[in-house]
Design a protein around this ligand. Structure first.
Ligand code: AMP
Ligand code: MG
Length: 353
């Protein structure tokens, strides 16, 4: 298939291009589009065959449900059996934005879109290109992240092109995603609201609106014997091609440990990379040292993480070490993605003092 690639700026939306993108979706085709979190791979959420095409284009297991994207609040009741009070409060505070809510689904949402579940995930993005596109597409766009299954989510169109060129009708290049991590997912179908995937909207932010919120233990803790409630969270994900190890501990210990391993890897002829911070980047002797930014600026770290994982692939890095981050606030989302990218490979060096 020939993939049309077009640039659309948020501040200067090309109406004709958006209309064409909408027509592709209405006709059952696929369009990758920018959002504030990461790029999405969109199809008509109400058309089962479009959802099948999304799974095929991504190479995604079909039990892993898609998030339905809407552009206005009035679109929600059609998708769901009821809108709980908490959902109204959260929507008022965080929509449009990087929050996905799980509801009991209406009969209009095909089982193919929800991976066979009786629930549906819904989000209203804030990116203006995304909003205009969803409206033109009929108001209901199912979209997982626009990467091939298992790869880091794309925050730039060039990575969407790398993964999906020839597999979708159109790719809209809207520049760099401003948040860079996928949405927070909160389940509102059980008695207590529960976070199924941490994101930019933190547990503390949710709690400030609806009171106590729980977090699905299975998403951070590999030792937990329960399957995560968001089916996608059980799959290895976000993985760079090189093996990734997270190193936890005091800063000096982490640096010493990583530098020792780097020497061994280099002696073995392996190309090495380190995910460091501005404070530490100069301390490592790797082929490629990348800073995710200042340790305190979590939003910056979140924004650059997936891009850095992709850059290591571009440079054919074979072994990667990453510093670890506090799991508070947005840190929970950063560590969740890093842990998955590393296949939960974490080491804590012994103190040699
Ligand atoms: P992605 O679209 O790549 O951001 O992945 C979507 C995530 O949302 C996956 O982890 C899915 O398992 C999760 N998800 C989508 N729909 C549901 C649902 N109805 N219940 C629980 N998790 C869901
Ligand atoms: Mg994804």
């Amino acid at each position: 298939m020939n993939t049309e690639i077009i640039k659309i700026e948020e501040e200067n939306i090309d109406r004709q291009a958006i209309v064409r993108a909408g027509e592709i979706i209405r006709a059952g085709g696929l369009v990758a589009f920018p959002t504030e979190t990461v790029y999405g791979l969109g199809g008509d959420a109400l058309n089962a065959s479009s959802s099948e095409k999304i799974y095929a284009a991504k190479g995604r297991p079909s039990d892993n449900p898609l998030i339905v994207h809407i552009a206005k609040m009035e679109a929600l009741p059609f998708l769901v059996r009821e809108v709980p009070k908490d959902a109204c409060k959260l929507a008022e505070r965080f929509w449009p934005g990087p929050l996905t809510m799980i509801f009991n689904k209406s009969k209009y949402v095909p089982a193919k879109t929800t991976g066979g579940l009786e629930t549906v995930a819904v989000r209203m993005p804030s990116n203006k290109v995304a909003k205009a596109f969803i409206e033109e597409a009929g108001g209901y766009v199912a979209a997982p992240s626009a990467n091939r299954s298992g790869r880091p989510s794309p925050t730039l169109a060039k990575y969407v092109i790398e993964d999906l060129d020839g597999r979708v009708e159109m790719i809209i290049d809207g520049g760099e995603a401003v948040i860079g991590l996928e949405s927070t997912i909160v389940d509102l179908t059980e008695e207590k609201p529960m976070i199924l995937r941490p994101g930019y909207v933190t547990a503390e932010m949710l709690a400030s609106v609806i009171g106590n919120v729980e977090t699905d233990r299975a998403i951070m803790d590999e030792a937990c014997d329960k399957a995560p409630k968001a089916p996608g969270m059980k799959y290895r994900h976000y993985a760079p091609k090189g093996g990734l190890t997270i190193v936890e501990g005091q800063a000096w210990q982490v640096e010493q440990y990583i530098n020792e391993r780097l020497k061994e890897c280099k002696a073995g002829g392996k190309k090495t990379g380190v995910i460091a911070t501005d404070e530490t980047a100069l301390h490592y002797q790797a082929d490629s040292v990348k800073s995710v930014g200042k340790r305190k600026e979590k939003e910056q770290i979140a924004k650059g993480l997936f891009r850095i994982l992709r850059e290591f692939d571009d440079e054919d890095i074979q072994v990667i070490f990453a510093e670890s981050f506090e799991r508070q606030g947005v840190g929970a989302a950063i560590m969740n993605r890093l842990l998955k990218a590393a296949g939960h490979q974490v080491v804590t060096p012994e103190s040699k003092l």
